[in-house]
Design a protein around this ligand. Structure first.
Ligand SMILES: NC(=O)c1ccc[n+]([C@@H]2O[C@H](COP(=O)([O-])OP(=O)(O)OC[C@H]3O[C@@H](n4cnc5c(N)ncnc54)[C@H](O)[C@@H]3O)[C@@H](O)[C@H]2O)c1
Length: 301
């Protein structure tokens, strides 16, 4: 798609950032939100981000807030939904959207974990429907997972992959609609063992995080696990797995340790304590450190 008409549904944290990326890439973007205050704030949020990142501020002029869903999507070549993580809401919205768009308009959901198949099953033209899982903040994290269902046409996948690559993102094709797609499966496999190490008294939470940040976390941005396995040898990897895997947490459900934290109201930053205690100052410091790290990484891309 050279210059496309893109509709973003939901103007929250992810929606306004996705709109920003497409507008910066030269596309015309309409954005819709059922909450007037979110819609009204979208352009200001985008302008603030563009200024902060030193990106072309003219991009905001290509974003048009629209207060009616039908008007927002009617002329769109591509629609991406980023409303609340609620299956019935997403199903209902896509049903309404389909009534207003051409049969070949691509429809994408930015759900974090809901199966794309469940969201899109009621559509008449399911070949044009897929998932695009962006990461927060959309204008700093490069990955967008492009998730195919059993109905998605190869053409819809191709167009979506190219659209995102041309907008400067790193699209990854997820060929089967599995829970957590690729990124969150990998991330939460690690989190499961991280929690188990604390639960079994092997170390405390701060130590788990320090070990990752001071060791393989340093390499992860440039060396993926399978590249790493090839680098050290698949034979060595096999030998390590024979010893270590039988001892690694493989329980199918969430850890009882995590369930206890939640039951005790230890919800993390929002309650001041989760795996660790957090003052307001420590929370702000960590958030700002992550943001600066992502900005530095983007500058080096
Ligand atoms: N926050 C993340 O890190 C992240 C990352 C990847 C994917 N996601 C997914 O993206 C989606 C949006 O998440 P978010 O973090 O931007 O949430 P958010 O709460 O910041 O934004 C959601 C927006 O949807 C709007 N909305 C609610 N009902 C609506 C409706 N009927 N029509 C139009 N708009 C409606 C809300 O007013 C709000 O502005 C969710 O599915 C979430 O799981 C979030």
């Amino acid at each position: 798609m050279a210059k496309a008409r893109i509709a973003v549904i939901g103007a929250g944290l992810m929606g306004h950032g996705i709109a920003q990326v497409f507008a910066l890439a030269g596309h015309d973007v309409t954005i819709y939100d059922s909450v007037r205050a979110s819609l009204d704030a979208a352009r200001d949020r985008i302008l603030t981000n563009l200024k902060d990142l030193g990106d072309n501020q003219d991009a905001v002029s290509r974003v048009t807030p629209v207060a009616n869903l039908g008007d927002a999507v009617r002329d769109a070549d591509y629609v991406v939904e980023a409303v609340l993580e609620d299956l019935p809401l997403k199903q209902k919205l896509f049903g309404e959207i389909e009534a207003h768009v051409r049969p070949d308009t691509i429809l994408a959901s930015n759900t974090s974990v809901i199966p794309i198949t469940a969201i899109m099953q009621g559509l008449k033209h399911r070949g044009r429907a897929l998932g695009t899982h962006w990461w927060n903040p959309p204008y700093l994290v490069p990955l967008v997972e492009v998730i195919e269902t059993e109905w998605t046409s190869p053409e819809a996948v191709d167009v979506t992959m190219r659209l995102h690559a041309d907008a400067g993102k790193k699209p990854a094709h997820v060929k089967k609609d599995v829970p957590g797609f690729i990124g969150n499966r990998l991330q939460h496999a690690l989190w499961r063992e991280a929690i188990a190490l604390v639960e079994h008294g092997i170390c405390d939470a701060e130590t788990v995080d320090s070990v990752i940040k001071a060791a393989f976390g340093r390499r992860l941005a440039v060396l993926g696990p399978l590249e790493n396995a090839d680098m050290v040898g698949t034979d060595l990897t096999l030998a390590i797995h024979k010893t270590v895997l039988p001892d690694i947490d493989s329980r199918p459900g969430p850890s009882p340790y995590l369930e206890k934290l939640v039951a005790e109201g230890k919800l993390g930053f929002k309650s001041g304590e989760g795996f660790r205690r957090w003052t307001a100052g420590q929370q702000a410091e960590l958030r700002s450190k992550v943001l600066q790290h992502l900005k530095n990484a983007r500058a080096q891309d």
